[in-house]
Design a protein around this ligand. Sequence first.
Ligand SMILES: NC(=O)c1ccc[n+]([C@@H]2O[C@H](COP(=O)([O-])OP(=O)(O)OC[C@H]3O[C@@H](n4cnc5c(N)ncnc54)[C@H](O)[C@@H]3O)[C@@H](O)[C@H]2O)c1
Length: 118
Amino acid sequence: MRDFGLRDKVVVITGGGGALGSAFARGFADSGASLAILDFNLDKAKATATSFPAEKVKAIAVAADVSKDDQVAKAVAEVVKHFGTIDILVNAAGVQIYPPKTLSIWNPANGISWSTFV
Ligand SMILES: NC(=O)c1ccc[n+]([C@@H]2O[C@H](COP(=O)([O-])OP(=O)(O)OC[C@H]3O[C@@H](n4cnc5c(N)ncnc54)[C@H](O)[C@@H]3O)[C@@H](O)[C@H]2O)c1
C-alpha cells in the first residue's frame, strides 16, 4: 500500500464504473482511501465498488446522472450520510461522441463535460 496521505480520505469518483473511473478507484483504494463510486449505470458502479476486499476498502456504489442537478444533490447527501464528508472529487463521467453534428447529441455530452458534479 502506498502512503500519499490519502488514508481514510473520502473520494467521490463520477463515472466510477467506467475504464478511467475504475482505474482511479484502484489507485485511491491502494492508498487507503474510502470510495463513493458514482455512475448512472448502477450495475457498473457496483462492479467497481465490490471489486475491492470489503475488509480492506470502504466502498459504496451510488446511482446518479451528473448532468441532472437533483440527482447530484441526492448523491452528495447519500455520500455524506454514509461517510460523513467528501474530501476529494474525481470527475471521470463522460461520453465520447464523434462527430457531434447535432445539438441533441452535443448538448448532453457538453453538459457532462462542463456542468458536471462540483
Ligand atoms: N479512456 C481514455 O483513454 C480517455 C482518454 C481521453 C479522454 N477520455 C474521456 O474520459 C471520459 C471517461 O472515459 P472512459 O474511457 O472511462 O469512458 P467509459 O465509457 O469507460 O466510462 C464512462 C463512465 O461514465 C458513466 N457516465 C456517462 N455519462 C454519465 C452521466 N451523465 N452521469 C453519470 N455517469 C455517467 C458511464 O456509465 C461509464 O461508466 C470520457 O468522456 C472519455 O471520452 C478517455
